[in-house]
Design a protein around this ligand. Structure first.
Ligand code: F6P
Length: 324
C-alpha cells in the first residue's frame, strides 16, 4: 500500500471531517501518501483528486459537513462509471481506499472491490445509526444532541400554550434517533418503524396523558414510521378525534445533519480513521471499522450492509415507563 485515497459519500454527518483528518494524519504517521477524493464516487469518476498532508486538515476536527464534499453518484452504479473511476485511480497511483459513508457507499465499495480487487475499508458515517457491526455511526451522537436540544426548545413553547407537538426526526428506515432522542427529551410518545404502534394506541396514550394531568405533550415521530400517516395527517387525525388538543407540527429536517461534532463523535472518528489506515497497511480489505463494546472492530463489508442494526426494545419499555 503506497497511496490511500479517502472520500466521503452519501448523506454527510458530523464527524466526517474528524475522520478525514485522522486518515490523512495516520497516513503521514505511517509514511504513506494520501489523496483526498472530492464529491465521493462522482469525484473518482471525474478525477477530482488532491494530495493531502497533515496541514491540509488543520482546524477541521470541530467542523460539521465534509471538506471533501459528498454526492450520491448515479454514474458509479454503472460498470462504465466504475471503470472510469478505476482508471483514474490507477493513473494517479492510488492503490487503496477509505470510504466514509453509509450502506449505499459501502455497497459501491464492495462492488468496486469485487470487480477490480481494489483494497477498501469503510468507516460508518451517517446520522441514522443503521449499520450493522458498530454500536455508533459517525454523526449519530451529534444528531441525538441536536434533536434533544431542538425538542427542549419546542417543549418550552408547547408548555406555555398547553399544546401537543408532533416532532418529525430523520433516521430513514431506522428509529434510533427517534427512540434515543425521544427518551432524552422526555417525549410522551415515540413512533418508530421497528414497532407497530397503531393509531388507537396513540389516541389512548394521549387520553391517558391528559387524564394524568399533563398539559402539554411531545410525540417524536421517526420519518420511517409505519403508522400510515405522516406528521401532518397525524395532526389532523388527533384534532378530529381529540378536539381538546391544540396540535402543532415541527419537522426538524436537515439541521439534524449539521453542526459541530460532539466530543464522542470526534474521538470515534479519530479511532476509526487510524484503524482504517492501519488495517489497509496490514493487508486487510473489504471490511468496515466500527465500535463494539468500546473496542474498534472489523466487520466484513457485506455483513455491515446486509445485517440489521437492531433497535433495543428494552428502550421502548424504558420510554413507556419514564414518560408515564
Ligand atoms: O441518511 C441520512 C439522511 O439524513 C436520512 O436520515 C434522510 O432520510 C436522508 O438522509 C435525507 O436525504 P437527502 O439529504 O438526500 O434529502
Amino acid at each position: 500500500i503506497k497511496k490511500i485515497g479517502v472520500l466521503t459519500s452519501g448523506g454527510d454527518s458530523p464527524g466526517m471531517n474528524a475522520a478525514i483528518r485522522a486518515v490523512v494524519r495516520a497516513c503521514a504517521y505511517y509514511n504513506v501518501e494520501c489523496v483526498g477524493i472530492y464529491r465521493g464516487y462522482q469525484g473518482m469518476i471525474e478525477g477530482d483528486f488532491k494530495a493531502m498532508g497533515p496541514r491540509d486538515v488543520k482546524n477541521i476536527i470541530n467542523k460539521g459537513g465534509t471538506i471533501l464534499k459528498t454526492a450520491r453518484s448515479k454514474e458509479f452504479m454503472t460498470p462504465e462509471g466504475r471503470k472510469i473511476a478505476h482508471d483514474n485511480l490507477k493513473a494517479s497511483g492510488v492503490d487503496s481506499l477509505v470510504v466514509i459513508g453509509g450502506d449505499g457507499s459501502f455497497t459501491g465499495a464492495e462492488i468496486f472491490n469485487e470487480e477490480f480487487g481494489f483494497s477498501v475499508i469503510g468507516i460508518p458515517g451517517t446520522i441514522d445509526n443503521d449499520i450493522f457491526g458498530t454500536s455508533h455511526t459517525l454523526g449519530y451522537d451529534t444528531a441525538l444532541n441536536t434533536v434533544v436540544e431542538a425538542i427542549d426548545k419546542i417543549r418550552d413553547t408547547a408548555n406555555s400554550h398547553n399544546r401537543l407537538f408532533f416532532v418529525e426526526v430523520m433516521g430513514r428506515d431506522a428509529g434510533h434517533i427517534a427512540l434515543n432522542a425521544g427518551i432524552g427529551a422526555g417525549a410522551e410518545e415515540i413512533l418508530i418503524p421497528e414497532e407497530a404502534f397503531g393509531l388507537d394506541r396513540l389516541v389512548d396514550s394521549l387520553k391517558k396523558s391528559k387524564e394524568s394531568g399533563k398539559t402539554s405533550s411531545i410525540v417524536v415521530v421517526s420519518e420511517g414510521d409505519k403508522i400510515g400517516k405522516n406528521v401532518f395527517e397525524l395532526k389532523d387525525y388527533v384534532e378530529e378525534n381529540m378536539p381538546e388538543y391544540d396540535v402543532r407540527v415541527s419537522v426538524l429536517g436537515h439541521m439534524q445533519r449539521g453542526g459541530a461534532p460532539s466530543c464522542f463523535d470526534r474521538v470515534l472518528a479519530s479511532r476509526l480513521g487510524v484503524k482504517a489506515v492501519e488495517s489497509l497497511l496490514e493487508g486487510k480489505s473489504n471490511y468496515m471499522v466500527g465500535l463494539q463494546y468500546d473496542k474498534i472492530t472489523l466487520t466484513p463489508l457485506e455483513q455491515a450492509i446486509k445485517g440489521q442494526s437492531e433497535i433495543d426494545l428494552e428502550l421502548v419499555k424504558v420510554s413507556d415507563i419514564v414518560s408515564s
